[in-house]
Design a protein around this ligand. Sequence first.
Ligand SMILES: [Zn+2]
Length: 248
Amino acid sequence: MKQFNYFFALLFYFFSVNYLPVRGAGHNPELFSDSIRLKQDTLKTYLVWLQKQVIREELNKLALDLLKQAVTYTDVYQVLRITRWDASLMRSIPALVPLRYAQIKNFRISSGFGFRKHPVKGDNMFHGGIDIPAPNGTPVYAVADGIVSRSVKYHNSLGNFVQLNHYNGFITYYGHLLRFIVHPGQSVKQGQIIGYVGESGLTTGNHLHYILIKNGLALDPYPFCFLMYERYKAEEKLAKSSQSSFSK
Ligand SMILES: [Zn+2]
């Protein structure tokens, strides 16, 4: 649609420059040429603006394609950088610490993503998420906008858990909950409370087991927890650089 606008604006520009009659022509030749120049300038500005809009729209389309195909944290980070941390994209990407009490710059995890000795079973097993220790009853937040796909009670290993499906192939799980307060089919917003930390299921203590899936594969959710902070830092940097360019 924007391309059409662009095309017609271009057409109108050439038409107006070459053929449009100007009122008062002949009486005051100086005024006549000035008004034409003014019109040309306005149109040129409008065309540049249109061109920028078209480029921005194309870039956003490209970024969305990249986000759908992204397989690593770095891919996702690049998309956000390209779109200058687009606010609506941010809401669709797991970008929060699921426990808000945790410091945004740094917070403790009791077990990371990857192979480890299982704390209960003792054998070397793959740990498909991160464990964030927290007191029983600590609120658990949805890390992105999404739909509650499952809320399961008394699962053998995950205990009471919630599964959220997000846009662009993201799925998140929140395990070992004391209880959850959402039901399947319900839509949730980023930062909305979905349940409370507990120690249900196969666990040695109260903590949140947080899993992040992208296009069917488990990713390390840890770096994703800092995306909101990264955005804040990027915006601060942008504000500073525009300030310094003003003061020059
Ligand atoms: Zn765990």
